[in-house]
Design a protein around this ligand. Structure first.
Ligand code: SAH
Ligand code: SF4
Length: 409
């Protein structure tokens, strides 16, 4: 047994089995440990009550730790969205966002992240600003729960998780870009953010419908191994169905092909954000390396599950990428998907402002005009309702903005 510290949050069943073997303990202990870390979501070794105290003490002696990330601060929006500042032991922190009522907001696919099975109320029908669905109060309502649980006012929710501290992609409209890349998160830190938020809301995943979107700080595909390991732990350990998860990428093309080969994976959203290469290269510098044609090729090759949709996100910047011509170019891009065009949809996000960023938010009429061109051409287009803008929790606003809001912790 090595004397160096071993962090167990983030280890998979194989790695835990090896560890338990090194401690000279029987293999069933690895199963118990896996269950406690991920399904029970314990936050320290002290809570590992299925293990005898002597074994816990031996683990501590061997330098084995369970360091769940801590909720450092919490900002609550008037719309119920909560922005969490989650701190790691090395002093770095990221933001994780809780969006109650199941609307993924402009973050993308929250509303329909689970709709593959449900038939997709978010998928059918006319263009509309996403709203909590009528009748949703009757589904999975947690309000009547009694006992020692806090009163719950949501019926479903979406968690937006970060994959890196900061981001290196440097999109010109995004506040996270201003941080630069501080470091990658480990799989344990990705899962730990989600566990901390589930615990903060006493979530019972067997009863309550929670979606995960990898749309917080960072480019998940620039931290692919940790991201995909976290996905597997969320599915096998924590108990999320893969159909309730969506990952968004700025367009790291080789990783789109890799994701398509994964036996267990989230749904895919691609941040298009521009309708031609000149504009896209200006807004998202990596477009020089992976242009729109290469994105379209990757999307065409991406194997979709039964009834799965492929999402394209498009941030609308006033008088920059939001003209009728831009909309018509987007239609051409979707048509270039060939067979896949029928499975594609576009999520329109009116730009969320941030200090130091030289763009502005288009008017509602420009946003609706853009949407109408897509819809009239047969391309499903949804306007994402911004969530938590007042507390800088909305898309592209995650940058540890503390001065603008009062923390509750
Ligand atoms: N890095 C990944 C995932 C996180 S960003 C990506 O870029 O896809 C999630 C979404 O928010 C992306 O579609 C991104 O284009 C969008 N976004 C970034 N900044 C924004 C802003 N200021 N307003 C609205 N959407 C923004
Ligand atoms: Fe990074 Fe996404 Fe922001 Fe671009 S939009 S800088 S990829 S977090």
């Amino acid at each position: 047994m090595e004397t160096s510290a071993t962090e167990i949050l983030g280890l998979n069943i194989q790695e835990l089995t090896d560890l338990i073997g090194q401690l000279g303990e029987p293999a069933y202990r690895a199963q118990q440990l896996f269950h406690a870390i991920y399904r029970q979501r314990i936050s320290s070794l002290d809570e590992l009550t299925t293990f005898p105290k002597s074994l816990r003490a031996a683990m501590t002696e061997q330098g084995i730790t369970l360091s769940a990330p801590k909720i450092d601060k919490k900002f609550i929006s008037t719309d119920g969205t909560i922005r969490y500042l989650i701190a790691f032991p090395d002093g770095q922190s990221v933001e994780t966002v809780w969006m109650p009522e199941g609307d993924g907001g402009e973050a993308g696919d929250g509303t329909d992240a689970g709709d593959e099975e449900a038939g997709g109320p978010g998928e059918v029908g006319a263009p509309s600003v996403a709203q909590p669905q009528v009748g949703s109060q009757n589904k999975n309502v947690a309000q009547q729960q009694v006992g020692n649980e806090k009163r719950k006012t949501w019926s479903r929710a979406t968690i937006c998780v970060s994959s890196q501290v900061g981001c290196a992609v440097n999109c010109k409209f995004c506040m996270t870009a201003l941080l630069g890349l501080k470091r990658n998160l480990t799989a344990g830190e990705i899962v730990g953010q989600i566990a901390a938020i589930l615990n903060d809301h006493n979530v019972d995943l067997e009863k309550e419908r929670i979606n995960i979107v990898f749309m917080g700080q960072g480019e998940p595909f620039n931290n692919y191994d940790a991201f995909i390991k976290a996905v597997r732990l969320l599915v096998d350990g924590v108990g999320f169905p893969q159909s309730r998860m969506t990952v968004s990428t700025s367009g790291i093309v080789p990783r789109i092909y890799d994701l398509g080969q994964e036996p267990v994976r989230p749904k895919l959203a691609i941040s298009l954000n521009a309708s031609n290469d000149e504009e896209r290269t200006k807004l998202i510098p990596i477009n020089k390396k992976w242009d729109i044609a290469s994105l379209v090729d990757a999307a065409r090759a991406f194997p979709l599950r039964n009834r799965e949709r492929l999402t394209f996100e498009y941030v609308l910047l006033d008088n920059e990428n939001d003209s009728p011509d831009n909309a018509r170019e987007v239609v051409q891009i979707i048509r270039a998907l060939g067979d896949k065009a029928d499975s594609a949809k576009v999520n329109l996000i009116a730009w969320n402002s941030g200090p130091e960023i030289p763009f502005s938010t288009p008017s509602d009429s420009r946003v609706h005009a853009f949407q109408k061109i897509l819809m009239d051409a047969g391309v499903p287009a949804f306007i994402r309702r911004p969530r938590g803008r007042d507390i800088y929790a909305a898309c592209g606003q995650l940058k540890r903005t503390e001065s603008v809001t009062r923390s509750l912790l």
